[in-house]
Design a protein around this ligand. Structure first.
Ligand code: ZN
Length: 242
């Protein structure tokens, strides 16, 4: 099977469409949460993913848009965008988001938005936190989103340590020999200094993980955000990828 693994679309339809086109043919989408929040197209993105065979998780922004969590942990811009999203959700979008859970196990893969230890909130960004998290799942591979930064951590059982592997990798990562935590980066709001949409292709026959980046018309998303009076800083950051 070829899985298109994506995360953090954040209601950015132009970025999502660019990823779908660039990915070409795939069998199924695995989406690691935060379909909505920040961006201008929450209903459109949720409708679009439902056209595919897919599994999606819930992220903190999806739960915030449903009113399942208070917005006090969000900064001002995120709070404003979340309030707008909450008001903009159509009943069908809301119903769909209500069905999502933040963590699932699919065969040899654990899928989670934040981290296996804290599925909704924890940012899995460094080797110390990654090492702890290897104790919180039992499959060979754990796929995470939430940080908006493509990263990989491989676990060394001999010394109970793990080490980060920073993309771009020279070749697709080989899976199956070591336990790993993998993050495909963000479709709709990358934060690693590269504004292009980020995604990964997981090939379970070849047992490989390959990251991809694709440019999308950032100005279209920015224009739609302006039309919806979304916060200026959120509009600007898209072209910087930070
Ligand atoms: Zn996010």
């Amino acid at each position: 099977m070829h899985y298109l693994v994506i995360s953090d679309i954040h209601a950015n339809l132009a970025a999502f469409e660019a990823v779908l086109k660039d990915a070409g043919s795939f069998d199924k989408i695995w989406c690691l949460g935060d379909l909505v929040g920040y961006g201008p197209d929450p209903n459109e993105c949720v409708a679009r993913i439902q056209e595919f065979d897919h599994i999606s998780l819930a992220g903190n922004h999806d739960w915030a848009a449903l009113g399942r969590m208070s917005l006090e942990h969000f900064n001002t811009d995120a709070r404003l965008a979340s309030s707008w999203t909450r008001g903009a959700l159509l009943p069908a979008t809301r119903e769909y988001l209500e069905t999502l859970s933040p963590m699932l196990v699919e065969g040899e893969f654990t899928l989670v938005h934040g981290s296996p230890r804290e599925p909704i909130w924890e940012y899995l960004l460094d080797a110390v936190i990654a090492t702890i998290n290897f104790r919180h799942f039992t499959t060979m591979v754990c796929l995470v989103g939430h940080t908006h930064i493509p990263l990989a951590f491989a676990y060394n059982e001999k010394n109970d340590r793990c080490y980060p592997m920073v993309p771009p990798f020279s070749a697709p990562l080989e899976l199956g020999t070591r336990r790993m935590i993998l993050n495909p980066g963000s479709v709709g709001q990358p934060r690693d200094g590269d504004p292009r949409a980020s995604y990964a292709i997981l090939d379970t026959e070849a047992n490989t993980w390959r990251l991809h980046r694709v440019a999308y018309p950032v100005a279209i998303t920015q224009e739609r955000m302006r039309a919806r009076n979304l916060p200026h800083r959120l509009i600007e950051r898209l072209e910087k990828g930070r």
